[in-house]
Design a binder for this molecule. Structure first.
Ligand code: SF4
Length: 173
């Protein structure tokens, strides 16, 4: 290890012992965000039942601080597109997304929201929520179990906490 790096580590250790923590404002805000996603109450089809189950005591979503499903998109920062997104529903989904506060994220839950699912060829179904809203995490399954949604939320946590790393993964590095 080079001398400069070793000195930096020693300084950090000494500050930790004095309970002094140095970080950037962005890191601090992201740390808060990843421990308190507020999903908007928004379900479309069968997958929404699994999403609702995620909030029951068996899965204990409040371990992660994600239990506040908001009735108003203005108080929410996470949209979980849970179910079949029909063309009729698409403009409403987009309006709800537009009304959400920034920064905001989207999870596509289930094969229907990821890519149209069993209705991919239907004239009435949008073949993937990402043609309506920007999706951050895809949770496949028909339907995915609550554990899968929790895993997806934890993946989103990683993404928000390490934006630079997520960008690298996206570009295949
Ligand atoms: S992915 Fe399967 S369970 Fe989910 S909405 Fe589509 S058909 Fe229903």
């Amino acid at each position: 290890m080079d001398v400069k790096k070793e000195k930096e580590l020693r300084d950090a250790e000494a500050m930790e012992q004095k309970n002094i923590l140095i970080t950037s404002v962005d890191k601090f805000l992201n740390w808060g965000r990843v421990h308190s996603f507020w999903p908007v109450s928004f379900g479309l089809a069968c997958c929404a039942i699994e999403m609702a189950s995620t909030g029951d005591p068996r899965y204990d979503i409040s371990r992660f601080g994600y239990e506040y499903f908001q009735a108003s998109p203005r108080n929410a920062d996470l949209m979980i597109v849970a179910g079949t997104l029909t063309r009729k529903m698409a403009p409403i989904a987009r309006r709800i997304y537009d009304q959400m506060a920034e920064p905001k994220w989207v999870i596509a839950m289930g094969n229907c929201a990821c890519a149209g699912g069993p209705f991919a060829d239907s004239y009435a179904v949008v073949p993937g929520a990402d043609s309506i809203v920007p999706v951050d995490v895809y949770v496949p399954g028909c339907p995915p179990r609550p554990e899968s949604l929790l895993f997806g939320m934890l993946q989103l946590k990683q993404k928000v906490q390490n934006p630079a790393k997520a960008r690298l993964i996206k570009h295949g590095k």
